[in-house]
Write a protein that binds this ligand. Structure first.
Ligand code: GAR
Length: 199
């Protein structure tokens, strides 16, 4: 039976869209049954609703503390029988209390070749700004398991993307998404769900 996937989002949700679009082709061993946002205005919520996927919003501010925020997330995820959690542009760090509850069951997509340009403070456009500032000629994306170390869990898949003359952080972000993230994330999700099915 297909594994139940929850996708956690904060913003535009293009990676969520890639996962939705991959269902029935690349992604067969898992099914997205829930999308959770930590931002009520996340466009990703619209994408989920259009695809007929249940949504939930959990605001850290309303929970009052990191611990209460994570407890609420766990209640929702466990209450929905979720097998695999995918962080797709989820812009908040999760502590060991949360990550150790789902060993090898949380995936994250990061827009660089880890261990370059990763860890606390490296997220979204900032990652591409730093890659351009450093002057690397190759960057890319990484999908990895999530543990208590930010961007420090076991790597599942990586794909390189060349930097080109005239790149701005925005242009590079788009190329990394098109050439790496949107391809890699559904493939990695399929692999993890399929492997889980064989346990
Ligand atoms: C993506 O580039 C994702 O890799 C990055 O944020 C963007 C979200 O875009 N995530 C991180 O930087 C996490 N450290 P999306 O909402 O359109 O998928």
């Amino acid at each position: 039976m297909a594994k139940k996937i929850a996708v956690l989002v904060s913003g535009g949700g293009t990676n969520l869209q890639a996962l939705i679009d991959a269902q029935g082709s690349v992604l067969n061993s898992g099914k997205i049954t829930l999308v959770v946002a930590n931002n009520a205005n996340a466009y990703a919520l619209e994408r989920a609703k259009k695809a007929g996927i249940d949504t939930a919003v959990v605001l850290k501010k309303e929970c009052g503390s990191q611990e209460a925020f994570e407890t609420k997330l766990m209640e929702i995820l466990d209450g929905n029988g979720i097998d695999i959690i995918i962080l797709a542009g989820f812009m908040t760090i999760l502590t060991e209390r949360f990550t150790s509850h789902y060993p090898k069951r949380i995936l994250n997509v990061h827009p660089s070749l880890i261990p370059a340009f990763c860890g606390a403070g490296y997220y979204g456009l900032r990652v591409h700004e730093e890659a351009l500032k450093y002057g690397v000629k190759v960057t890319g994306a990484t999908v990895h398991f999530v543990n208590e170390i930010p961007d420090g869990g076991e790597i599942i898949a990586q794909k390189a993307v060349y930097i080109e003359d005239g790149d701005t952080p925005e242009i590079l972000q788009r190329r990394v998404m098109e050439q790496a993230e949107w391809i890699l994330l559904p493939q990695a999700a399929e692999k993890v769900c399929a492997d889980l099915g064989h346990l």
